[in-house]
Design a protein around this ligand. Structure first.
Ligand code: TYD
Ligand code: MG
Length: 453
């Protein structure tokens, strides 16, 4: 028989304890333990016997099959999903409030309803009329698109049985609840239980589900980490609410590569895909400005060019500021240390600000050299002397310039966009098929410094 038991669950990390505690022993956060009810099975465990069905098979006997996918009619969304929405998959999309999650999903729902069949949009946050108003604004209207405002997971299952949709959207997981759990919607137990239910509903019927999830103030997914482990794909929608462009990033994907990005622009009539992000990011770039350089990175399968800006100003403060937007502060500190030590440029009495234009977050080391040049350019008050230059390269601790992967792809993209000069790691240049005097291979920061200033 199942019995209900009272336990305390940390709302931050999901750690469980029989007693209330001020500080969670799991994650160390204060005041995050909340009382929840847990069902415990009091019956003794019986030995399990293998019946028919799932016996282990040799890998050579298992048939491989390609994933069947739906085209969402949004190329950038298809791209981050690895080539379309896989049938029977479970996808989580997270992002700050107002970033455009509901808008994107309504657009995808409209396209799939139009092309393939019935789509069910379950909203726990907005009424049917509110969604209808948004759909009117986006010019989405199709008899195959069903909307319901519902938060009870059992009733959602009933709607799925009733309508038999081919695709379901749940907006958002934090509003759902299961009747037999006493804790409030959004609590760890509810989120965990409702996601389990959604997985069961989707996987047993082969219906793909999209779940919207909120993020905490720190930008992490609210609720248990187990949510991320459970789903097939995790997407994160990011960007500045005050700017038009938005970036959809793959965090995890069982059906494609991660680190793929999709770029969108928020317009009056919904999200519009940006098929060539580089030209958009570089729209306002002034190549004769000091403290700026253009770098290339590779996101998933395509090269993206962005401008990196630096501002270095003298200060009398004992602890000068180091502020970085779009790059890791630790990376910035490392580059500053190498510049001080190897090029003898003093930054210790300066405030340093670095910004990646357009709201892109750079991870990886593609932007190291570009960042170093922008910093030197700002402290010297001189722009890079070469005309329209693209910079790629990782900076090592000894001041050497290390090669990066897919350098040729970045240089190709640069020449398409009209760049005149390319500064690349020497090792990359040696392997390139492309030749030309405008591609400069360098092996150390010192050498680079003498060539561009
Ligand atoms: P929304 O999809 O509701 O965000 P989320 O679900 O992530 O919270 O998007 C909300 C914002 O988008 C809102 O501030 C208005 C803006 N918006 C547009 O600019 N154009 C549009 O066509 C739509 C539908 C929304
Ligand atoms: Mg929303």
């Amino acid at each position: 028989m199942a019995k209900s038991k009272s336990i305390f669950v940390c709302q931050n990390c999901g750690n469980e304890s029989p007693k209330w505690m001020g500080k969670c022993p799991g994650c160390g956060n204060w005041n995050t333990m909340v009382e929840e009810q847990k069902m415990v099975n009091t019956q003794p465990q019986r030995a399990v016997t293998i019946t028919n069905g799932n016996k282990p098979q040799s890998i050579t006997e298992i048939k491989s099959s390609a994933y069947e996918r739906y085209d969402t009619n949004i190329a950038e969304l298809n791209r981050v999903l690895g080539g379309g929405l896989v049938k029977g998959s479970l996808t989580l999309i997270s992002g700050d409030p107002g970033i455009g999650k509901s808008t994107l999903l309504l657009q995808a729902a409209g396209a799939i309803a139009n092309k393939y069949g019935k789509v069910l949009y379950v909203s726990g946050e907005e009424s049917e009329e509110q969604i209808k108003m948004r759909a009117d604004r986006l010019e989405i209207s199709h008899s195959n698109l069903y909307i319901v405002a519902e938060t009870n997971i059992d009733l959602i299952e009933a709607h799925v049985n009733d309508i038999q949709p081919i695709f379901v959207i749940v907006d958002s997981i934090q509003t759902l609840f299961k009747g037999n759990i006493s804790s409030a919607p959004g609590s760890v137990s509810q989120v965990r239980e409702c996601s389990n239910e959604i997985m069961r509903i989707g996987k047993t019927r082969g219906i793909p589900f999209f779940i919207v999830a909120h993020v905490t103030k720190q930008g992490e997914l609210a609720g248990p980490r187990v949510l991320e482990h459970m789903v097939d794909t995790v997407l994160h929608f990011e960007g500045e609410r005050t700017q038009e462009f938005r970036i959809l990033r793959t965090i995890k994907n069982r059906f494609g590569t991660t680190s793929e990005i999709g770029v969108f622009e928020m317009r009056g009539i919904g999200l519009k895909e940006v098929l060539n992000p580089s030209s958009m990011f570089l729209e306002e770039t002034n190549f004769t400005q000091e403290g700026s350089s253009v770098i290339g990175i590779v996101e998933g399968s395509r090269p993206v060019l962005v401008e990196i800006q630096a501002l270095v100003s003298e200060t009398k403060a004992i602890m000068p500021r180091r502020t970085a937007v779009g790059v890791d502060v630790a990376r910035l500190n490392l580059i500053l240390a190498v510049l001080e030590k190897k090029l003898k440029i003093p930054f210790y009495n300066c405030d340093v600000y670095v910004n990646v234009v357009g709201g892109l977050n750079l991870d990886g080391t593609y932007g190291d050299l570009g960042m170093a040049l922008a910093l030197i350019s700002s402290i010297k008050g001189e722009p890079i002397k070469l005309e329209k230059t693209l910079v790629v390269g990782e900076v090592g601790l000894t001041g050497e310039i290390r090669p990066v992967s897919f350098c040729e792809k970045i240089v190709n993209e640069g020449s398409k966009l009209g760049f005149k000069n390319f500064i690349v790691p020497l090792k990359n240049k040696d392997k390139m098929d492309m030749k030309g005097s405008n591609i400069v291979g360098i092996s150390s920061l010192k050498e680079c410094f003498s060539k561009v200033f």
